[in-house]
Design a protein around this ligand. Sequence first.
Ligand SMILES: Nc1ncnc2c1ncn2[C@@H]1O[C@H](COP(=O)(O)OP(=O)(O)OP(=O)(O)O)[C@@H](O)[C@H]1O
Length: 744
Amino acid sequence: MSWLYERLDAARDSAQRTLREVYASGGVAVTRQARVEREVLASEQARRLAQLNAVERGLCFGRIDDGSGRSTYIGRIGLRDEAHESALIDWRAPAARPFYVATATDPGGLVRRRHLHLKDRLVVGIDDEVFDLEGMSEGDRHTLVGEAALLAALRRGRTGRMGDVVATIQTEQDRVIRASLQGALVVQGGPGTGKTVAALHRAAYLLYTHRDTLERRGVLVVGPNPMFLRYIGQVLPALGETQVVMTTVGEMFPGVRAVAADEPAAAVVKGDARMAGLVAAALELRRRVPEGELVVELDGLRLRVPHETCLRLRERARAVRLPHNMARKLYVTELLKELARAEARALEESLHIEELVIEGEPELSEPLDLEGDLDELDLELASQRLWGEPEVRRAVEELWPELTPQALIAGLLSDPEALRQAAPPGLDWPLLVRSPDAGWTVGDVPLLDEAAELLGEDDSARRVAARLAGEEQAEQELYAREVLDSTGVAESGLFERADVLAERHADDGLGLTTADRAAADRGWAYGHVIVDEAQELSPMAWRMIMRRVPAKSLTVVGDVAQTGSAAGARSWGEVLDPYLEGRWREERLLVNYRTPVEIMRVAADVLRAFAPGQEPPESVREGEAEPRAVRMPVSGLPELVAGELAEIGAGQEQGRVAVLTPDARHAEVARLFPAGDLDAPVVVLTVGQAKGLEFDAVVVVDPAGIIGQSPMGGQDLYVAVTRATRRLTVVHEGDLPAVLSRLA
Ligand SMILES: Nc1ncnc2c1ncn2[C@@H]1O[C@H](COP(=O)(O)OP(=O)(O)OP(=O)(O)O)[C@@H](O)[C@H]1O
């Protein structure tokens, strides 16, 4: 392997040299153009360097030999030799594919596949598969690719972080990873079937294969919670990719970081697709018309705008079908003109009155007509003056307030009367009511996003709205802008967005990666979106996700048998058909690479009881210990966990134990252990937090409490018992639930 590492060193030297030259050549960059070019070149070289550094460990992991005596080496990146011939093939390149898909029954022209095990640049082990058709049985669905290498990888102690599996990707996973970029792909599979691992490798594959499109637009990965993102956080950089934004539903609205969950019943209502209509109706209620005429008292004058005029202004502003805060500008412009007219009328009246009281003066030859004398310029000047009056501002705020998504949603959820009026029939809206100062929950985030769309709080919503409603909307918007521009109401605050926008675009690009820019922009249109643990998302969350990917290029990864959220999905059709009727396809992963057979038998009992009709995946491994149940108080946990740590031979680097509890008992159990996160040898988590994670040994506390904690408690227990790679212990104080009777 030393020759390959020499090539790696040479590539690194070259990137470093170029980087130095780029900076040295710059001096004082004269033109903006020169500066931009230098920055682009420098960031490209820096990225290349980071990539080359990330592949040091296990640079090359495979070799395939074809019938003509030619050998091809497969690695984490591609490298060329001095003659510019390919020396190492990137695992994502088409030429590497046979390494992953060749089976004994269909070797695809290969005579041998070799897995190489490296340590510090040296080959320390080799596993060979010789494709000898004579000696193999036909049509075995579970033929493992590189079985010895795979089993060695699976036996390794866990580190608290997910690693890449480029060396041992299985054929069914390869099909997922290399599926076409177009359209929506659902990857359905039981626990431990490698859905997450396949989805992340797919992100790396897509970025490699569709570099042009995706580097500009980026890839969004949505995971179930921050813990999960930390768990998978290192996989992609190890694969050499940095154009990916990883987030949770709770973080998808810039400026809000929600982690708290709603009560299950409230979550169901909040996640219901009908909430979109409720939010829209609530916004309508905020655009008021006064009961009678509008009266504004100003310097002793009473400015009166008739009720019908107020109605007409509201209808006109509504009719342009712009987001609320943009339509408001139109509304304000028109209302100010009406108030200017009203002011002229009021002035006129007051003069008449004075006239009457001045005795002995001759009558005017013509009646006063101040309102009729107003020309456009007078109206504009008067509008500007009126807009400076606090009374006028107050009136506008009452009739068509400028709203942030936060103000609209927080106001709505703490106002039972508004909820009642806005709710569609049959929606259990009282469950939504909460105090005005309650913090944001994950379920609120899609509502905020919905509100932002309707309000147009920034330029992104404008772009999304224009895109969705097509050219007609864009035209209307253009018209409205022209109207606004021509009226020229110069007022700080009323038209400030244009400046902000211009400023942002001027600075855009330099020094920021696609991922940086995308993460900060709510309206960013991603090139591809991957949703993991997708079964947890509510219909409202799906609306938000779909907005982020107008091209509808998605990978949806999950297991409808593991749905823990009451607002989550029971089937993929129910989730995707509203957006992609008949235009999504499903791949199933059937082999469990995590949980040993013995533990999976227990999990299968749980699945049968709570999700009949769902099939558990088949495990590839035999476990080292029978799963067990222990009846004892939780105070005995530290001792039990110490025993588990010893059993798995945990050290600083490898070997992890998780204690999983019902939500309500987390604090009580966590107190018994030193505080620690995923890097610690022992971590105490709720089942929700453990979703998608795995540990060498798992201790499930209070299974009855887990089952009872929500309508989806049975699914939660299924998730809990499928987190272990080696050992499972169930700790109970009362009777063991019947579904776990196998452990009794
Ligand atoms: N081809 C493979 N080679 C080596 N390890 C693999 C392979 N496929 C999966 N694994 C390992 O199996 C374990 C389970 O994978 P992963 O977490 O992706 O499963 P999952 O389907 O997302 O599970 P869950 O539904 O429980 O979240 C991980 O440790 C992963 O590294």
